[in-house]
Design a protein around this ligand. Structure first.
Ligand code: HEM
Length: 472
């Protein structure tokens, strides 16, 4: 099996030091299936679009979510990095429980519902843009995080978040995301219960998050849970056979999943988009020209999306170069051939959008930010679940037979991101609402470094300076 030799601990250390570069190097050196003999999870980095399609779509029954590690006596333990924060919600559950809950939540994400959220997407982004002043230095990543959190809270939960709640969510993410990957380490669960300062801080942040969500649930129960938002849907739903309703822990897991998965990723996508526009003034000029033509003096609406083709191309290209979910994990439930190699049950497979989105067979000059790649016919992007609802617009150039899984910012198959259409409509409208008013310019001398945790965020935030384009 191709892959680097050496001790498993040294291999882990080398990978941890800079996973983004290491993954690219491994792909280049060893090909589309690489054995990473790291400790405690020994995994395979799989970068072949056909093998990824098999894992996510065609052969998905042979795979489970999460990484697997062999414990004592060869027993396989499956690790879900996000379960520390999210329990067993839609993102982290599997099997019949996942299927039932996915069916239950799907109506919140129907196209008609998303069209209804459009006004909130645009109004909240417009209000963020109005709060800045000319020449102001901003941490764009903080601004985008607060904005997308407010959007999810308003559209899915029908609540307005105050500063205390925003702080609770921010602290829980900042404290827990950096250690999510350590869940695979033997003994991590026990160590987490010790009275060590860092573990205490993490526990306190998770407790505060729980109190917030249980508070929302209690208030909604008390009010009769009669609306059509997420909490009402979860509280009122009954099992068709048994008539049993979800208990508060289940409601908490599902609610937190959507609150966290629904804002962190989109905040990262928008942050990287402004970073890329800051580094590519020509693309920014073209974006501004489209916004001036289509919108003139008004904020965007959902009906503008079919004409905001360059805006959507900018977003697609940003999701290619800085995919907020930069790698996904699966484990094999049975022996299976993967990319020409027979791998045993219990193997962990990693699929990295960061790597595959930079494969020059499908993406000529892959490191170049070039939104025009997406400005041909409209079919491919829609197939890849990457169009916010336009038919004119977005597809990759140059390689007519580009495989479906050469681009998969939202995953694919039955576990494809439930929020992909939501995220694309939100992303395009927020980008339009902000960029029509502001040009965000990089701060000279500041190096923006991507930090690959569960999601890909700018490690030290994203300082930029706001230059006014129009006031109204
Ligand atoms: C640019 C923004 C987003 C990106 C890049 C993104 C990416 C992804 C990816 C790659 C997965 C699949 C993970 C896997 O199969 O292992 C996923 C799943 C999921 N996403 Fe997103 N996501 C985004 C926005 C959203 C939004 C806005 C929501 C909700 C409002 C959301 C909720 C979820 C949920 C609940 C799942 C689990 C679905 C399931 O397993 O059935 N995401 N997302």
């Amino acid at each position: 099996m191709p892959g680097p030799a050496g001790s498993a601990v040294a291999a882990l250390r080398r990978l941890r030091a800079d996973p983004l570069t290491r993954f690219l190097d491994l792909r280049r050196e060893y090909g589309p299936v690489v054995h990473l003999a790291t400790w405690p999870v020994s995994a395979y980095l799989v970068s072949d679009p056909e093998a990824i399609a098999d894992a996510l779509v065609g052969g998905h029954h042979s795979y489970g979510k999460g990484a697997a590690r062999r414990g004592r006596g060869g027993r396989v333990k499956v690790v879900q990095p996000l379960s520390l924060l999210l329990g067993r919600g839609l993102l982290t559950s599997s099997g019949p429980a996942h299927r039932t809950n996915r069916r239950l939540m799907q109506p919140l994400f129907h196209r008609r519902r998303i069209a209804g959220y459009g006004a909130a997407f645009s109004a909240i982004a417009d209000s963020t843009a109005r709060s800045w002043h000319d020449g102001q230095r901003l941490d764009v990543h903080t601004e985008m995080t607060e904005m997308t959190l407010e959007i999810v809270a308003r559209t899915l939960f029908d609540v307005a978040l105050d500063d205390t709640l925003i702080e609770v969510v921010r602290t829980a993410l900042n404290e827990n995301m950096p250690v999510a990957g350590r869940l695979a380490l033997p003994g991590f669960g026990a160590a987490e219960r010790l009275p060590l300062p860092a573990a205490r801080r993490r526990r306190a942040s998770r407790d505060a998050l729980d109190r917030m969500v249980y508070g929302l649930i209690a208030r909604r129960r008390a009010a009769g849970a009669t609306g059509d938002d997420l909490l009402c849907l979860l509280l009122s739903t009954q099992d068709a056979e048994t008539g049993v309703r979800m208990d508060d822990t289940q409601v908490r897991d599902e609610a937190l999943t959507l609150l966290l998965a629904g804002h962190e990723t989109t905040a990262n996508a928008l942050s990287w988009t402004f970073h890329l526009l800051g580094a590519n003034p020509q693309a920014e000029r073209e974006l501004h020209a489209e916004l001036d033509t289509v919108l003139g003096e008004r904020p965007p609406t959902i009906d503008d999306l079919p004409r905001l083709t360059y805006t959507q191309a900018v977003l697609n290209e940003s999701l290619r170069l800085y995919p907020p979910v930069w790698a996904m994990g699966r484990h094999l439930a049975e022996d299976r051939e993967v990319g020409g190699h027979l791998l045993p049950a219990g193997s962990t497979l990693l699929f990295s959008q960061w790597v595959v989105h930079r494969d020059e067979r499908w993406w000529p000059d892959p490191d170049r930010f070039d939104p025009t790649r997406w400005l041909r016919s409209g079919t491919d992007a829609a197939d890849a679940g990457t169009s916010a609802g336009t038919s004119a617009g977005t597809s990759a150039e140059a390689v007519p037979d580009r495989p479906r899984f050469a681009y998969f910012p939202f995953g694919g198959g039955p576990r494809q991101c439930i929020g992909n259409t939501f995220a694309l409509a939100e992303g395009a409208l927020a980008l339009a609402a902000i960029a029509r008013r502001w040009s965000l310019r990089p701060v000279p001398g500041i190096d923006v470094v991507p930090q690959p945790l569960v999601t890909l965020r700018p490690r030290d935030g994203l300082p930029m300076t706001a230059h006014i384009r129009r006031l109204s």
